[in-house]
Write a protein that binds this ligand. Sequence first.
Ligand SMILES: NC(=O)c1ccc[n+]([C@@H]2O[C@H](COP(=O)([O-])OP(=O)(O)OC[C@H]3O[C@@H](n4cnc5c(N)ncnc54)[C@H](O)[C@@H]3O)[C@@H](O)[C@H]2O)c1
Length: 267
Amino acid sequence: MPCGVQAGMTQGTTTYDFTGSTVLITGGGSGIGLAITQAFLAAGANVVITGRRKDKLDEALKDADPARAEAVAADVGDGQQVRDLIDQVITPFGKLDVVVSNAAGYANGPLTELDDADWESLRSANVDGFFHLAKAALPRLAESGGNLVAVSSVSGSRGDWGQAGYNATKAAVSNFVRSLALDWGPRGVRLNAVAPAFTVTDITRAVAEDDGLHAQFVNRIALGRVAQPADIAPAVLFLASSAAAYVTGAILPVDGGTSASTGQPHL
Ligand SMILES: NC(=O)c1ccc[n+]([C@@H]2O[C@H](COP(=O)([O-])OP(=O)(O)OC[C@H]3O[C@@H](n4cnc5c(N)ncnc54)[C@H](O)[C@@H]3O)[C@@H](O)[C@H]2O)c1
């Protein structure tokens, strides 16, 4: 097992111990990825984060112990850059225990108005990104007995108005996870995903700050509030930890109950 889970439970939150584990987080410099990065650092892991902008990644790690944190710029849609990235994780830390495939782009609006370049960019980050990362990392995870956690979305299992392209990419991620869990289980590698719903980050902030739209979202959430990135990170640590040693191929909703609904209006 790459990591343990401490016995104590505090206020419903288990304290995970990833001391000595090496964790790669794509898109780790902002939003949900940053919260995941901070949670793994707090749990003692060695962390490598990647994204396209080195300055943003360095800023995200400015308070971290430099011996346990590394920022490597890479475009996950580029296979060679991802293969080089995996080598750059292995070189300082000697192994790779956990991969968090979180980086993604977002687009909304009618499909007929999504131009080819926008679709290409979305597919490259979200689908090609997962493909390249999994292909390069899985053999390394088999060596370490490690695991992969993807940040998919509730939008990966159902439709949303005006988001056909994005939802298709997230469905691809969720089904990569399920199918690869079958292929790699016999080699001791687990793959799982979290599926958040609306979470306040740069890509959704404008909606969160629009009182009318915000109220429409909250009305569909059983727990009565939209998520913050810190609501998502603990579920990622759970799936990556030995507490989830018998969990693979799972797409875990972390959505305040959003996906428990049939989608019919709240009367
Ligand atoms: N915010 C939400 O409501 C929500 C809901 C469900 C799922 N998600 C998923 O959560 C994940 C994180 O999104 P977020 O909301 O934190 O947004 P975000 O924009 O803050 O994070 C996305 C990160 O991915 C990086 N990235 C994008 N394309 C990349 C590429 N080609 N190569 C390398 N890095 C790239 C960005 O630089 C950024 O750091 C995504 O997978 C997103 O689909 C978000």
